[in-house]
Design a protein around this ligand. Structure first.
Ligand SMILES: *Cc1c(COP(=O)(O)O)cnc(C)c1O
Length: 430
């Protein structure tokens, strides 16, 4: 499969090159040249397939022959070595729990898949790369864990000082080995801008092969299709149309769901639920896309003022706004509404949601007010323990640390403080 840049000013590249580059030389995101729908019988018979078989069928065309079949199957088995429970929360409403992986966030799937692809591409030791990644919280931990000890890959993570949770900070600053963390005096948008600059800086790129592990990387983005299909398999027997509400920040996760739909996955509607960073909800209302600086909220992994993957969603719908509107709704919620939803879910439904999942739940409820005939699934994108300081006061109860978290919270943080792009540059090439 070849990939083109959404800025249309760079040559087409192979899967490998798109993964290794992360972003095209013209700063565009890569997009697959063709999307071939899967045969109808695949979805008809999906309940007879294992999760690994489903994942392999979904991703095969996007990888092409660049990774041998048996290797790709191994990568998938490794990536998906944990559960994806679909939990009934109330009648016709389910939580898709994506937090049972090593860092307890859905980003584990993409990070693990990407790390293993890069490791395969570096199998002869001559394609050493530096993964440079900005995180608003969960990306850093998932990337650090997914890439830890992967040969030929060095990881540098930038995160906004004081704006990620304590657990998140520990997850990305305590692993050592090939993982280094930079604590940036600024916001997530500042971190992202620094990363973007580094990719365009010839003095850096002459010295090292940089790649990104943000959801702009196709190897992080595309495997997120898998669990939309697992959920369909799980709920197919109920015989009702399926809608997904995805708490969205950079819009990579929901965009992967929409790709799965392009492959033929029967989904009747998508809901992009956001906090008050409402560029997309506003766009869906007005047709005008106006990026703004991000606001800080309690669902901090979604504090993004200019979601990078939204352009891919527009590409899927060939920039046809009316058609997009038929498939996507988007709603924004305040922190107070989010806290109320968490409280309600705990007290009335005995379900502990994290702030991101709660935003997803709110979006689903809002959509279902007018469309009650569907089965609704909201994505629970992180374990509530990752947002202890928000969740515990709301539900009035202590949350126990799962083993994945227990093992990092007592480790010592190791990070280098930086404030400017020049400091990043000298860190990379000194
Ligand atoms: C990253 C993240 C999101 C947002 O996902 P996108 O793919 O960027 O839209 C939502 N919730 C949590 C917990 C996250 O870590």
């Amino acid at each position: 499969m070849n990939y083109y840049s959404l800025h249309h000013k760079s040559p087409k590249v192979s899967f490998q090159e798109a993964v290794v580059r992360g972003i095209a030389p013209d700063k565009g995101l890569y997009f697959p040249e063709k999307i071939n729908p899967l045969p109808k019988y695949f979805f008809k018979n999906i309940e007879h397939l294992s999760n690994n078989e489903i994942a392999f069928t979904l991703i095969r065309q996007f990888v092409g022959e660049e990774i041998p079949e048996s290797t790709l199957k191994g990568i998938i088995a490794d990536t998906l070595s944990f559960d994806f429970p679909v939990v009934e929360v109330e009648e016709d409403i389910y939580a898709l729990e994506l937090y049972h992986g090593p860092t307890m966030a859905f980003k584990d799937v993409g990070a693990r898949f990407m790390a293993r692809c890069l490791s395969y591409f570096n199998r002869n030791n001559n394609n050493e790369v530096t993964v440079l990644v900005a995180t608003s919280g969960d990306t850093g931990g998932a990337v650090a864990s997914g890439f830890l000890g992967v040969k030929g890959v060095n990881v540098v993570i930038l995160y906004p000082s004081g704006k990620v949770s304590e657990v998140q900070e520990k997850q990305l600053t305590t692993l050592g080995q090939n993982i280094r963390a930079l604590e940036v005096k600024g916001t997530f948008d500042d971190c992202q801008a620094m990363v973007k600059n580094a990719f365009l800086d010839k003095e850096i790129t002459d010295k090292m092969q940089l790649t990104s592990a943000n959801s702009i990387n196709i190897a992080r983005w595309l495997p997120q299709m898998f669990y939309f299909a697992f959920t369909y398999k799980h709920l197919k027997g109920k015989g009702k149309p399926l809608v997904f509400s995805t708490p969205s920040g950079n819009f990579g996760n929901i965009c992967a769901g929409m790709m799965a739909q392009q492959l033929g996955l029967p989904v009747s509607h998508f809901i992009a639920s956001t906090n008050i960073n409402r560029v997309v909800p506003d766009y869906m209302e007005t047709g005008a896309y106006k990026p703004v600086p991000s606001f800080q909220t309690i669902s901090n992994a979604m504090d993004i003022g200019d979601p990078s993957n939204f352009i891919r969603i527009q590409e899927i719908y060939k920039n046809d706004f009316q058609n997009l509107k038929k498939h996507l709704s988007s709603y924004s919620f305040t922190d107070d509404e989010t806290r109320m939803a968490m409280k309600y879910l705990y007290e009335m439904r005995n379900y502990i949601a994290d702030p991101h999942g709660a935003v997803g739940y709110l979006g689903l409820k809002k959509y279902r007010k007018e469309n009650p005939e569907n089965l609704g699934v909201f994505l629970e994108t992180a374990h509530p323990v990752k947002f202890l300081d928000v969740v515990e006061p709301v539900i009035g109860k202590k949350i126990d640390f799962p083993p994945q978290i227990e093992s990092v919270v007592h480790k010592t943080k190791k990070a280098t403080m930086i404030a400017t792009y020049d400091e990043l540059k000298s860190f990379l090439i000194r």
